[in-house]
Design a protein around this ligand. Structure first.
Ligand SMILES: [Zn+2]
Length: 309
């Protein structure tokens, strides 16, 4: 069995403009890192275009059409002050959805044990009715709904270790006990949500971390709060919002993680996937804005995924 790696050139073409931290160079840096010999055995696939109907499971048809109608023919258009579109952004956002859905289908079919989707734009800030924080559509929540509606799974978990709280994913999960959402993130910080007392229907676990928290505090939050709750939920599929902006070198985040922390958390999540979900784990790139730290952290994450095979 293999680890699947899914990406697409359209996701590099999405360009929010010079000086925007969510740059095409982020994805190029990850692709370069994964050319190293230890990644030779990755099963590599191009992301198909996700369907608008897939996105509508989370966002509704009208919102999906409205966002896609904002995509400019040339130049840039803004959905909010941070969320800037270029002509390629619509296709990129649909490739991100297609990457996740195809990865879920692949692990369900037993073609791979687990998968990493290196795509942009990211998705975890997108709420059902609002694009924000560099995110157009919530690709990971869309994948969770696909896993339930099409693959017939009952319990799907989303775990988010991006430095920012995944407010959009939480908004999808918090009223639905068939889903689970857990997040470690800097707090207080953008987008303002993610306090420990936001628990949904008992299916949401937030582990807010003060600025300056290092790998020790991060691992303690997972060991004492997130992993026990995830284990108790007994997910049939584990989805991971893999943002790498909690790295100590990141220019946006204020946490102090390092590459081995990403390898560690990936291994712990794989253990739980192994216990309840036949090892099925699909992760997707969210943030990470220092190119070197991003590439090294994503490589550590993927190496950890490959060790489960
Ligand atoms: Zn982030």
């Amino acid at each position: 069995m293999a680890t699947l790696f899914v990406t697409h050139p359209d996701c590099i073409a999405h360009d929010p403009g010079d000086g925007h931290p969510e740059s095409p160079a982020r994805l190029s840096a990850i692709l370069r890192a994964l050319e190293e010999p230890q990644f030779r055995t990755l099963l590599r696939r191009e992301a198909p275009l996700g369907a608008k109907a897939d996105a509508a499971r989370v966002h509704g048809e009208r919102f999906v059409e409205a966002v896609l109608a904002t995509v400019p023919d040339s130049g840039n258009a803004a959905l909010d002050p941070d969320t800037i579109l270029s002509s390629a952004s619509g296709h990129a956002a649909l490739r991100a959805i297609g990457a996740l859905i195809s990865a879920v289908d692949a692990v369900m079919a037993g073609e791979a044990n687990n998968a990493f989707c290196a795509v942009r734009p990211p998705g975890h800030h997108a709420e059902p009715g609002r694009a924000m924080g560099f995110c157009l559509f919530n690709s990971i929540a869309i994948a969770a709904r696909h896993a339930q509606a099409v693959c017939g799974l009952r319990r799907v978990a989303i775990v988010d270790f991006d430095v920012h709280h995944g407010n959009g994913s939480q908004a999808v999960v918090e009223d639905d006990p068939t889903l689970f959402f857990a997040s470690s993130h800097q707090f207080p910080f953008y987008p303002g949500t993610g306090a420990a007392d936001e628990t949904g229907m008992g299916n949401v676990v937030n582990a807010p971390l003060p600025a300056g928290t290092d790998g020790t505090g991060f691992r303690r939050a997972f060991e004492t709060r997130i992993l026990p709750a995830l284990d108790a939920f007994a997910p049939e599929l584990v989805l991971v919002s893999a943002g790498f902006d909690a790295h100590r070198a990141d220019p946006l985040g204020g946490l102090e993680l390092e590459e081995p922390d990403y390898a560690w958390v990936t291994a712990r999540l794989l253990e739980i996937a192994g216990r309840h979900a036949k090892g099925r784990l699909v992760s997707v790139l969210e943030g990470g804005y220092d190119l070197r730290a991003l590439a090294g952290s994503a490589a550590a994450h993927v190496e950890s995924l490959m060790k489960a095979n």
